[in-house]
Write a protein that binds this ligand. Structure first.
Ligand code: ADP
Ligand code: MG
Length: 490
């Protein structure tokens, strides 16, 4: 075991290696839908101030009684964000202003996570997936990734884990026979294509909304539309910083967390029963959480990846119907992994980077949705995950100011356990908060804005501190204390 002075110098060493930045929190305000405008949504409920501030005005019915701070005439409240995207912002603007820089990072070998946060009907899925003709951040990310990697994709799918032992994240990649899995998935897709109505029913946007997906358009249209609708080409792909001996391969996975259970959405079997395979979270040697036995599928194009995502989406809603619940009650995570391969001699994996896109469940309280029985349990569980996320962010924020590090309860929910690595410096973290302008959603909107204001203050590491090579064996808690000491200004 190292001496106290050795410990001190280790901490000093860590401080040098650590980079910090605020969590990126973006706000997107949903435009008023045609159904809402009939009820006449007042213009000044939610208003923009500059590029990064939003002002929320309490509707008249709750102006007197509903405020926590009774000393102030708080009919108006201001909240700051990294950037506010107003109701007029297009899908393209949202992508370019939020996720696009992260996609560039992922292509350069860094990890990133994006998650949407807000109540049901606030526009999370619209932002995440979008309607077929107006693609959201997921299809856009796929499009940019594959355009950037054009001509550089490796045809080799024979990489075995033992050949890339140095890359720990890879060890799970070849668990299933991915070629067979992919064939099964593509067969499924063919079947669902021939039963078009089913596919469009399970499609991306929530059923309660007024934007219907045209069943005539196909997955490849969605991807093709992205570039067809854009005139400026500079952000449609990124220049790679890789020499000619480097090739790439792209893998995707799709899973959901429902009632604190993790399920693979790339199931190839018809979900007959409520019994589904449960997946567990595990930790690799770098301390990053990963989902054990999750299926990863190698993809050769954005269209293919998008099609596979649609199968997952269909599975999600099939399960949801079986359980008589809305699919918006689960958190879904679509991940894209990019492998950099060294072509010279024996094919070797140089690095693996991951972009994880999470569409989180609605953050509403259960009283609002009148949950009862099963539903109540469900809503309770969703809140456990989101509540824990709040607790974690709060503890992280406090750790920035206190010498004695607070315990951050990452392990209290599946979602936070999953996000732990990202929140502790594995890569960039981007949160997109969605709100609507309806006065009827005022309470919820206020809660969401307060939550995001808290998140906005959290400082995350952008590069994980490198632990000393001969570190003695420690418990996770000891390690987190050392890292905390390095991060917290003392
Ligand atoms: P959530 O996933 O948060 O429950 P949705 O994404 O399903 O919400 O959005 C609810 C409704 O509002 C849908 O009909 C969707 O098409 C519409 N909508 C959301 N955001 C926008 C937007 N930026 N522009 C146009 N319509 C939108
Ligand atoms: Mg949704």
């Amino acid at each position: 075991y190292s001496s106290p002075t050795q410990e001190q110098s280790n901490i000093k060493q860590l401080k040098v290696n650590v980079q910090k930045e605020n969590l990126q929190v973006y706000l997107r305000i949903r435009p008023v839908t045609s159904r809402e405008s009939i009820q006449d949504v007042p213009k000044d409920c939610v208003s923009l101030e500059g590029v990064d501030t939003v002002v929320l005005k309490a509707p008249s019915y709750c102006q007197s009684s509903w405020h926590s701070d009774k000393n102030l005439p708080q009919t108006l409240q201001k909240f700051n964000f990294t950037k506010v995207l107003g109701p007029d912002s297009s899908q393209r603007q949202v992508f370019e202003g939020t996720v696009s820089p992260l996609v560039r990072g992922v292509l350069e070998g860094r990890d990133a996570v994006v998650f949407t946060y807000g109540v049901t009907n606030a526009g999370k899925t619209f932002t995440f997936l979008g309607p077929e003709r107006d693609a959201g951040i997921l299809p856009r990310s796929l499009s940019v990734i594959f355009r950037s990697l054009e001509g550089r994709l490796s045809a080799d799918c024979s990489l075995k884990p033992q050949r890339c032992k140095d890359v720990t994240k890879l060890t799970r990649l070849q668990q299933t026979n991915e070629a067979t899995l992919k064939n099964q998935l593509l067969k499924l897709l063919k079947q669902s294509d021939s039963q078009k109505p089913n596919l469009s029913q399970s499609s991306t946007c929530s059923s309660e909304g007024d934007s219907r997906i045209s069943s005539a358009s196909t997955s490849s249209d969605t991807i093709a539309n992205i570039s067809a609708n854009s005139s400026a080409a500079e952000s449609d792909s990124f220049q790679l910083t890789a020499d000619s001996t480097t090739e790439f391969s792209v893998w995707v996975s799709f899973c959901e967390i429902y009632r604190e259970n993790i399920h693979d959405l790339l199931e190839t079997q018809e979900p007959r029963t409520q019994k589904r395979n449960l997946l567990r979270l595990a930790q690799d040697v770098k301390g990053n959480s990963f989902i054990k036995d999750l299926r990863w599928v190698q993809v050769q194009s954005a269209e293919e990846a998008y099609k596979i995502m649609k199968i997952g989406k269909k599975n999600q809603s099939l399960f949801a119907t079986k359980l008589n619940q809305l699919s918006s009650r689960s958190h879904s995570m679509f991940s894209i992994r990019i492998l950099r391969l060294e072509k010279t001699g024996l094919m070797r994996v140089k690095s693996v980077s991951e972009l994880c896109l999470c569409d989180l469940a609605g953050s509403e309280r259960c009283t609002r949705t009148q949950s009862q029985g099963e539903r109540l349990k469900e809503a309770g569980n969703i809140n456990t995950s989101l509540l824990t996320l709040g607790k974690c962010l709060n503890a992280m924020r406090l750790n920035q100011h206190h010498r004695v590090p607070q315990h951050v309860p990452f392990r209290e929910s599946k979602l936070t356990h999953f996000l732990q690595g990202f929140l502790c410096g594995r890569g960039a973290v981007c949160m997109i908060v969605n709100i609507s302008q309806c006065p009827s959603a005022y309470d919820e909107t206020l809660t969401v804005l307060k939550f995001s204001a808290l998140a906005q203050k959290v400082v995350v590491l952008t590069s994980r501190p490198v632990l000393p090579p001969v570190a003695p064996k420690r418990t996770a808690r000891e390690l987190s204390m050392i890292i905390n000491q390095a991060v917290c200004p003392s």
